[in-house]
Ligand binder design. Sequence first.
Ligand SMILES: NC(=O)c1ccc[n+]([C@@H]2O[C@H](COP(=O)([O-])OP(=O)(O)OC[C@H]3O[C@@H](n4cnc5c(N)ncnc54)[C@H](OP(=O)(O)O)[C@@H]3O)[C@@H](O)[C@H]2O)c1
Length: 315
Amino acid sequence: MTDFKFEMTGLPDLGVDEVLLKTVYFSVDPYLRGRMNDVKSYVHAFEIDQPIESSGLATVIESKSDKFIPGDMVIGMLPWREITVVSDKVIDKIDSTREPVTYFLSILGMTGLTAYIGLMHICKPLAGETVVVSGAAGAVGLVVGQIAKIQGCRVIGITGSDEKVKLLVDKFAFDKAINYKTTNDLNKTLGEICNDGIDIYFDNVGGEVSDAVMSHLNSQARIAICGQISLYNTTARPLGPRIQPILLGKSAMMKGFLVNNYKSEFPDGIQYLTKWVNEGKLKFTETTFQGFAQLPAAFLGLFNGENIGKMIVKV
Ligand SMILES: NC(=O)c1ccc[n+]([C@@H]2O[C@H](COP(=O)([O-])OP(=O)(O)OC[C@H]3O[C@@H](n4cnc5c(N)ncnc54)[C@H](OP(=O)(O)O)[C@@H]3O)[C@@H](O)[C@H]2O)c1
């Protein structure tokens, strides 16, 4: 927490094509951790003494843009500020009548699309297949498991508490869930639960959880590498089992993906996600921290499993 500080600053004058925003909700996401390393990456690193930015929802207070009027609700990558001036090019208007509006940051936004694209475009599930998802009670994982159920798959979730295990099975229709923190031998437990093997692994966490999945892959298995949160804070180069012989022997396909490389698939994805939400086939939940000052705590909470569903901060 000592790595974060809050400051009072003045606001610049509003320029042409700019809007003054009052931020309402921020999304905090594991990938922000990567932007705290000063290394070459697909997204540039945060600068020290500059505000962190993440996806947020805001209300337009004043506008010198012909695209927005006061009262509009917008979404965009926004600096962590309560009031901010931004260019009209970095925001889009959203339908503020949609309840809850935070769905645009979660199931009908980036994390929902990540689940949809990783599962449907990379893993291509078939009815009757066994799907394992790690980080199962998180923003992406909850959606992956439920879409896999809609496709007629058997779904096993791996997650970090008994409360989450119960919720996955009782509320989100997972067939089984495993608490990786209290299971002595995850490899053995997976072998017992998935006695017909694993056809699809949607990997949100990496590390030892993923190592345990590998020995149960079926022939022609597909693995989507979505996230590796268990390794984001490690400084040493992580070592693990050599999995290439397994992939070779099982003719398995493992592919990393970044959701933003699949923008052409977004309209289709949003259409399906919206349809399933409206039909009640896709349920969702969020964990909301209250108050702008809670942004760092909410972000750090992702690494302790403090969220069920999407982690959101209400400014
Ligand atoms: N490829 C892409 O384009 C893309 C897009 C979005 C997200 N992602 C990645 O997808 C993953 C999930 O993202 P999300 O937004 O849905 O986050 P999330 O799952 O809502 O939150 C993170 C969760 O990770 C689990 N976790 C934390 N430390 C862990 C550890 N050491 N081992 C195992 N699990 C751990 C915690 O749940 P437990 O209680 O289960 O431990 C925590 O709730 C992240 O790795 C993220 O970086 C990738």
